[in-house]
Design a protein around this ligand. Structure first.
Ligand code: S3P
Length: 427
């Protein structure tokens, strides 16, 4: 589907976005593991989180959605039931990798499949550490889906130094460790999002810039009630639109402000973005607050490589901000972008290049150069929700607007994007 966008003339009003995707996935998973009833408010109900919900329904959990509240009857320690057929996980890498850690501990066999994009994504990064713990997981020959997870003969805890900065890999190991009596220890050199640690109340020790994270069966979740703060990665699209459009005063309510996720705010503020935080509070273990965004003049800055995992999902929209800002935008040390819902380095470079915007591609990033001829506005989503939304924002900032082909994948993380845009933008 081709979605057209006109130039945004004025932005005004407020948005209360749905819950954070990473927290929503984990909330559904941990509530399903706990023994009893949990309630999740403001849970994101996008295609990805629905993949998680469907998987746990197939694993025997009762899950009802009433008035936007997700009510889950969890099955307790090793209480999940053998699914009658394979678990189809759509586009969701988070579901696949975290669920693999959980399923590796169960006494039944399961088979995980997904869409074309998910079926291309690397799974050896979880197969190897989980099998080191005694799991019995086989992927296809090139380390991709389908994953066959058989009951293990004997599981054991490990000490594991993370070879890549990935919260999904870290969480997958922690979730298998959650089922073992002995303590599993992860050593993380570059910090990544810490929602699994926060939500399970894990012990985290800082030693010489490294984090040591410990988990065992003692951390197994109890039923809970949770209010999920709004997704900062989704908010990032509206923040960049608001900063770069003329005549903007926009409030985004109750946005997640966990420090492993706020790199995007830090960078946009350093670039000159007028973003004010108010009503900051900590609720259910996560900091959150309202953001007020006003039109600003942005200039590019050097992005510190330690921040890359913190901004990994926001790099596409930060690149869009960088294109409109003064100076050249360059991002390096971001090879992980090649393993997301699309190869995001390629998707971003193709969209810029195909619209007269010079860009230099590197193995681990790209540099956007000065645009000497007027850019056109015909973009492709490459089936990737964050690419679809990034170039929707770029289109709205072009004088003559633009369009995004394959826009429908936006529903993977935000099915309400168009309604939200229409409620705050005057075209
Ligand atoms: C996520 C972790 C990140 C991120 C993804 C969600 C999570 O992936 O890109 O959208 O919820 O743990 P990696 O940990 O693989 O970088």
């Amino acid at each position: 589907m081709i979605q057209k966008f006109n130039h945004a003339n004025k932005i005004n009003g407020g948005l209360k976005l749905a819950g954070d995707k990473s927290i929503s996935h984990r909330a559904v998973m941990f509530a399903s593991l706990a023994d009893g009833i949990s309630e999740i408010r403001n849970c994101l109900l996008s295609e990805d989180v629905i993949s998680t919900i469907h998987a746990f329904k197939k694993l025997g959990c009762e899950i009802d959605i009433i008035d936007q509240i997700v009510k889950i009857s969890g099955l307790g320690f090793l209480g999940l039931r053998k699914p009658i057929d394979s678990l189809y996980l759509g586009n969701s890498g988070t579901t696949t990798r975290l669920l693999s850690g959980i399923l590796a501990a169960q006494k039944f066999e399961s088979l995980l499949t997904g869409d074309d994009s998910l079926s291309r994504r690397p799974m050896n990064r979880i197969i190897e550490p989980l099998n080191l713990m005694g799991a019995d997981i086989t992927g296809s020959r090139d380390g991709t889906l389908p994953l066959l997870i058989r009951p293990s003969k004997k599981l054991k805890s490990i000490q594991y130094k993370m070879p890549i900065a990935s919260a999904q890999v870290k969480s997958s190991i922690l979730l298998l460790g959650l089922h073992l009596e002995d303590t599993t220890e992860i050593i993380e050199e570059t910090p990544t999002r810490n929602h699994t640690e926060n939500m399970l109340g894990l012990e985290v020790v800082n030693v010489d810039q490294k984090k040591i994270i410990r988990v065992s069966r003692r951390n197994y979740p109890e039923p809970f009630d949770l209010d999920v703060p709004s997704d900062i990665s989704t908010a990032a699209f509206f923040i960049v639109l608001g900063l770069l459009a003329d005549n903007c005063e926009l409030t985004l309510y109750n946005v997640l402000l966990n420090e492993t996720r706020t790199g995007v705010l830090q960078i946009l503020k350093e670039m000159g973005g007028d973003i004010t935080l108010s009503n900051i509070e900590k609720l259910n273990g996560e900091k959150r607050g309202d953001l007020i965004v006003r039109s600003s003049e942005l200039k590019n800055i050097k992005i510190d490589k330690r921040l890359i995992p913190n901004i990994i999902d926001e790099i596409p929209i930060l690149a869009a901000a960088g294109f409109f800002a003064d100076g050249e935008f360059e991002i390096r040390n971001a090879e992980e972008l090649r393993h997301k819902e699309s190869d995001r380095i390629k998707s971003i470079c193709s969209n810029f290049k195909n619209n007269n915007i010079p860009i230099v591609e590197f193995a681990d990033g790209f540099k956007i150069e000065e645009c000497k001829i007027p850019p056109t506005g015909k973009f492709n989503s490459f089936g990737d929700h964050r690419i679809a939304m990034t170039f929707s924002i770029v289109s709205m900032l072009f004088k003559n607007g633009g369009e995004v082909n394959g826009f429908e994948c936006c529903a993977v993380s935000n099915p309400h994007f168009i309604d939200q845009i229409n409620s705050i933008v005057k075209f």
